[in-house]
Design a protein around this ligand. Structure first.
Ligand code: FES
Ligand SMILES: [Fe+2]
Length: 421
């Protein structure tokens, strides 16, 4: 027996803990899809994924499939991937280029802005059939510094306002283009048998790092191992409002344009030499090398995306006990190939399917879900660093030690606000 009724959502989130039913209750999951994913800005793409005119990618807003397109004038559209005839999905490819989408079932075709273009054997419809009534459903879409979000709601605040102080951190994150734009280099996806919020928590969880990632740490040279001692560098976590948070692990790497004359780490000496041999000026070499490992922080944007050091981590809830994760490796758009190659190798080393990091994380997430089958009257504790020292954050926002569970508390307070409506 639980000591709270599951429909009383507000009671399931306290200041320092959340109820286990948040991971396990199918009715709560249904309510989340409705109250959170249909009521907030949800990340759908990075601009570089649909850089060209008439390019597109498929994505999701909650469980609803969408197509993100760029039309011939450069404007971005987010369209429900559902034919207006009898609902077939009209695009199954992950990415591509096309000036038209043709539904495979009866051949209705749509322009990339979603308008209905042609209906085969149109004489079978009445004369007053109006194509304008059957455009693909178009979601409200806004972009901040290349991050494209969509929402079902016309009446919620503009994206910039929703992101608030997180915007500054997005700008800092994008500095890893090292003077170039940031570009998606590739992606991989996997699923784990666990609730989506376990994933949301993980991106703002420095506490597990030296424990779970011992294998990763032991695979590094000494200099890098010291750099990755994330609990020992004076980092912190900040609640940025609206469920967003930033976890600063390596304060020296907050602003990648600062401190360009610091010594080049040993592990990047070969890269620096290669770039210099290609004729890049010393300043440019230093800028690329400093940015190559990414930013020293994870920015969690509620509810479904993180700018995590050197990649985007996107979560997609499948069911109460299943989540899809997408890791999008990023690099310099137009920068030297040697730099992007190094970025890919670093990404594989930690995040890749055979990497030393993510597979160990995934074991932890699975175990949380499995363990949560026991003791359904118990609570998930988020009380680490609850008495956070003040001083670093803006008024009204807590800052705590990097291993504080501040970011999780921020996300769950937003969850509570949205679910208790
Ligand atoms: S369902 Fe798409 S044309 Fe019939
Ligand atoms: Fe981890």
């Amino acid at each position: 027996m639980t000591d709270v009724a599951v429909e009383d959502y507000a009671a399931l989130v306290r200041d320092d803990r959340v109820h286990t039913s948040l991971y396990r209750d199918a009715a709560i999951f249904e309510a989340e899809m409705d109250r959170i994913f249909k009521n907030s800005w949800v990340w759908v793409a990075h601009a570089s994924e649909i850089a060209d005119r008439n390019s597109y990618k498929t994505s999701y807003v909650g469980r609803q499939p969408v197509i993100v397109t760029r039309d011939k004038d450069g404007q971005v559209h987010v369209l429900l991937n559902r034919c207006r005839h009898r609902a077939a999905s009209i695009c199954e490819a992950r990415k591509g280029k096309s000036s038209v989408f043709v539904c495979p079932y009866h051949g209705w075709s749509y322009n990339v802005d979603g308008s209905l273009r042609k209906v085969p054997y149109a004489e079978g419809y009445r004369d007053d059939f109006d194509k304008a009534e059957f455009s693909l459903v178009s979601l409200r879409t806004e972009d901040y510094n290349g991050m494209i979000f969509a929402t079902f709601r016309e009446d919620i605040q503009p994206l910039a306002e929703y992101l608030g102080p997180a915007r500054k951190w997005i700008d800092l994150f994008m500095k890893q283009g090292a003077g170039f734009g940031v570009k998606a280099l590739g992606e991989h996806r996997f699923r784990f048998p666990g609730n989506w919020k376990i994933q949301l928590e993980n991106t703002t969880d420095a506490y597990h790092f030296p424990i779970v990632h011992k294998t990763f740490l032991s695979s590094l040279d000494e200099e890098t191992e010291n750099l990755m001692d994330v609990l020992g560098q004076g980092g912190w976590v900040e609640d940025l409002g609206n469920g967003h948070s930033v976890m600063v692990m390596i304060p020296d790497l907050i602003d990648l344009e600062d401190n360009l004359h610091a010594p080049i780490p040993e592990r990047f000496a070969d890269l620096a030499a290669e770039l210099a041999a290609e004729g890049h000026a010393d300043d440019q070499v230093r800028r690329i090398v400093r940015a190559v490992g990414g930013s020293g922080f994870n920015l969690n944007l509620f509810p479904n995306v993180a700018c995590s050091m050197a990649f985007f981590r996107v979560l997609r809830p499948i069911s109460v006990e299943e989540t899809e994760i997408q890791h999008i490796a990023i690099g310099m758009d137009g920068g030297p190939e040697a730099g992007n190659r190094m970025r890919m190798r670093l990404h594989e080393h930690f995040q890749g399917p055979m990497g030393f990091g993510t597979p160990d994380d995934a074991e932890g997430w699975e175990r949380v879900q499995r363990g949560a089958q026991a003791g359904d009257d118990l609570w998930i504790m988020l009380n680490r660093g609850v008495e956070a020292p003040e001083g670093r954050a803006a008024p009204g926002h807590n800052a705590g030690d990097v291993s504080a569970e501040t970011g999780m508390r921020a996300a769950y307070q937003m969850w509570k606000r949205m679910m208790a409506v």
